[in-house]
Design a protein. Structure first.
Ligand SMILES: [Zn+2]
Length: 354
């Protein structure tokens, strides 16, 4: 209240504010700490995960003895202990299409503290259709990104920047790729800061921009994020259309995307062309025993096409990248593309050689 720009009136605004925080992990912990400390009137916590020991280096609000307990419950108890005046609502479970509109409606802000693309794009679409401002952050190893999507100002949304939504499994999340503990701490701190700037109507808030933070070089970059005309209608999908799109995706997903083979010659015998999508260095280290076309994943995702008449079996190391890439190619209209379940490293395991 001592800040001239905030004062008693600003504190009252915070008291009246309703903020939903999706994810109570590495980003969510600093966000919740600062928002509870600031006296936000109502906080809605949404998280379906249970605390694991490997979370603790970046989620330092929790204790080793808490492992196994749902993070939403742990975070709610911590918020209440820090500031009993906060009205805490919690949802132990993932945000999804069925519950998303109910959970996020009637909030002034939603803060995305998740680590997966599917939920980030869902939050984006819900924010657009509900007219709620969203503050997004992502971290990857030693760097992070921050973006504010404000539908009331018609700012650029996630789909404006990434029209072909990135697939989970293509880029590693914290659990897969690793992260230094303070990296989500810094980005979560920035999310809390932007949230307070928005609620207090302070100057300098992030506009149609993407802030990237390199925490090795200690450099920040503000990239212009333009609202994409082609995104009109897509980023403002009504909830009904969103539901329909997801139902359709479910139908498409019922046609198998992953195939299991005991060895590659049997895949060849069934008429599949093998496409090794690993990086050249990985292929050198453990080449396939069968001849395959080598096209790195990045080239396929960047738009390189495979001849439409073929039937393709994509192969990566463990089957995660090939699955994500196969989905992207199906979305581009290539029907006969499949992913080898378990990847190249799974083949000798299945044959009992390792
Ligand atoms: Zn958009």
């Amino acid at each position: 209240m001592n800040l001239r720009e905030v004062g008693a009136a600003g504190q009252a605004r915070l008291r009246a504010a309703r903020v939903a925080v999706v994810g109570a992990g590495g980003l969510g912990v600093p966000v919740l700490q600062y928002l509870a400390g600031a006296g936000i009137g109502r906080l809605t916590l949404i998280d379906g995960d249970r605390l694991e020991p490997s979370n603790l280096h970046r989620q330092t609000w929790y204790a080793l003895a808490d492992c196994g307990t749902p993070k939403a419950e742990l975070a709610a108890a911590r918020v209440r202990a820090l500031n009993p005046d906060v009205d805490v609502h919690l949802h132990v479970g993932r945000l999804n299409v069925e519950n998303g509109a109910t959970l996020l409606a009637h909030h002034d802000l939603v803060i995305d503290c998740t680590d997966n693309f599917a939920t980030k794009f869902l939050i984006n679409d819900l924010a657009q259709s509900l007219g709620v401002t969203a503050v997004f952050a992502s971290v990857h190893q030693y760097e992070g990104q921050l973006q504010v999507v404000d539908p009331t100002r018609r700012s650029a949304c996630l789909r404006c920047l990434w029209p072909n939504a990135t697939r989970d499994g293509v880029v590693g999340n914290c659990a897969e790729a690793g992260v230094l503990g303070p990296v989500p701490g810094v980005l979560g701190g920035l999310q809390a800061l932007e949230a307070l700037k928005i609620l207090l109507n302070l100057p300098g808030r992030l506009g149609d921009e993407l802030l990237t933070v390199d925490l090795i070089g200690l450099a920040t970059t503000r990239l212009r994020a333009r609202r994409n005309a082609a995104c009109e209608g897509r980023c403002e999908l009504s909830l009904l259309a969103l539901q329909r799109a997801i139902d359709e995706r479910r139908e498409v997903d019922t046609s198998p995307l992953e195939l299991e083979f005991d060895d590659l010659p049997s895949a060849l015998a069934e008429g599949y062309s093998l496409v090794d999508i690993r990086e050249p260095k990985e292929i050198d280290e453990s080449p396939l025993e069968t001849r395959a076309l080598c096209v790195p994943m990045g080239e396929l995702l960047a738009g390189r096409n495979l001849p439409p008449e073929g039937r393709y079996l994509l192969i990566c190391a463990r089957g995660a990248r090939s699955l994500g890439t196969a989905r992207s190619l199906r979305d581009r209209g290539l029907e006969n593309v499949y992913s080898l379940k378990g990847g190249a490293l799974g083949l000798p395991e299945r044959q009992g050689r390792i």
